[in-house]
Design a protein around this ligand. Structure first.
Ligand code: SF4
Length: 450
């Protein structure tokens, strides 16, 4: 008898959440177990047996614990820090450093560096899974006092977190930062999904966009290769059409795309940046800053596993989260943050009609329970997350025949005075244009998380 955990939940049997027990033949290997479960022989993943990274031909013993995780690389044991070397950075950054890609769409220039030491400090002190610290650092470094948020002097910083791309729940997030066109202050927003992890797998820890492009462009990052491509044919299009067009153009369905819709192009000051159509960096108008640079989208494909310094430690954490799903995370899995809506309304903290009211007697008609009962199809997840707190809901066939199910968030519904879970399905039309119907703090004066 062996026990099977999967941080990549798609490898668990349908409908199951926690560890599974399997009886395998004597001298069975990991490959035998994977064949039993139905995992494709060429599936891109990391295997661990009893907390140690293992190969597919590793033999299983009675009581073995097998985990499947997102691909990663690393030394089996923590290594002592390398000796200091002279700080000479020319051309490509050396292996093992945090890599910064600086781009100016106007000049088609590419500068590839290590992250500044100051950015590293601010990044490591950031309290969120994404990297707001790099945004702060580069805004202070590059943006002059009085700069127009929608002018060429503003920058747009996109940075996954230290852990993004590692195979642990919560490691799918990235931060977007710029001077906010909504507030004139520091603007920052975060998004989940898979895009940030893909950027890390392409080998980049942050991107800084400078200047303004004379014509619409999109950026294509394929591992170390980076190029701007013409986006004139995409300008004015809604997000789903752009996603389809870029995937067809680049010919790889596994590419992840972050993009703006017509709202960002038209500099709507609360426009968002959407990745994988469903996830958004929605606060403080980052989509408008991207639109001001005439940058329609950033397409990323990365094939290099993220390097982990302490693999056993990380595997232990991933196993703990996966193994305690029922005990610790069941409520989040069942309802997400929508579980708190009734309580928030009771304490007067719901953004009803965009905070004109703090409570509503119709909350029970739009909260997570109503969504589960009326429109929810299943739960979805960000990269490597076993909690799976995201609701996938059914939307009208006539709207999106090809996209039968999409996730919608709940809190914005009360901000707009929605009184039933069913109209939530129609909010996808809003999402397609790239504006965010946010709930709490949607016009916040500084950073906020999604
Ligand atoms: S699925 Fe939910 S809990 Fe998991 S990383 Fe995404 S937002 Fe967080």
């Amino acid at each position: 008898m062996v026990t099977f955990f999967a941080d990549l939940r798609r490898f668990l049997p349908r409908g199951s959440d926690g560890p599974q027990r399997y009886t395998v033949r004597e001298h069975a290997t990991v490959d035998d177990l994977l064949a039993l479960i139905g995992v494709a022989p060429d599936a891109d993943l990391t295997i661990a047996v009893d907390g140690e990274q293992a190969a597919r031909d590793t033999s299983l013993h009675e009581g073995a614990e097998i985990m499947l995780l997102s691909p990663m690389e690393g030394e089996p044991q923590p290594q002592p820090p390398p000796a200091r070397r002279p700080r000479r950075w020319k051309g490509e950054p050396p292996d093992g450093t945090l890599r910064l890609l600086e781009q100016d769409p106007a000049r088609e220039s590419r500068r590839s560096h290590h992250l500044d030491r100051g950015a590293g400090r601010r990044r490591s002190s950031a309290a969120t899974p994404a990297d707001a610290g790099s945004s702060r650092h580069y805004l202070l470094k590059y943006v002059p006092k009085g700069a127009d948020p929608l002018g060429p002097d503003n920058i747009l910083v996109i940075a996954p977190g230290v852990l993004t791309g590692a195979p642990v729940p919560g490691a799918g997030r990235h931060s977007v930062g710029a001077k906010s066109p909504l507030t004139g202050g520091f603007g920052e927003s975060e998004s989940g999904g898979y895009w940030g992890a893909e950027l890390k797998r392409a080998g980049w820890d942050a991107i800084v966009f400078h200047g303004v492009s004379p014509t619409p462009v999109y950026l294509w990052i394929s591992d170390g290769a980076v190029e701007f491509r013409d986006a004139a044919h995409l300008w004015g299009k809604i997000t789903g059409e752009v996603e389809d067009a870029i995937l067809a153009e680049l010919g790889d369905p596994r590419i992840r795309i972050a993009q703006i819709g017509p709202a960002g192009e038209n500099l709507v000051r609360f426009a968002c940046i959407a990745n994988e159509l469903n996830e958004v960096a929605g606060r403080t108008g980052m989509g408008a800053v991207m639109g001001s640079k005439r940058l329609k989208a950033i397409a990323v494909r990365g094939k290099t596993p993220v390097k982990i310094a302490d693999q056993p430690g990380l595997l232990a954490i991933a196993k703990w989260v996966s193994g305690t799903m029922d005990e610790k995370h069941r409520a989040f899995h069942e309802f997400g943050t929508g579980a708190a809506m009734q309580g928030k309304s009771l304490e007067g903290g719901m953004p009803v009609l965009n905070y004109r009211l703090g409570a509503a007697d119709t909350i029970a008609k739009v909260d997570a329970i109503a969504v589960r009962d009326q429109v929810r199809v299943k739960m979805g997840a960000c990269y490597a997350c076993s909690v799976r707190c995201k609701k996938v809901v059914h939307i009208e066939e006539k709207e999106e025949a090809a996209r039968a199910a999409r996730r919608e968030r709940l809190q914005g519904s009360s901000a707009c005075g929605v009184r039933s879970a069913r109209p939530l399905r129609r909010r996808s039309a809003v999402r397609r244009t790239g504006v965010r119907v946010a709930g709490r703090r949607w016009a916040s004066i500084s950073a906020s998380t999604t």
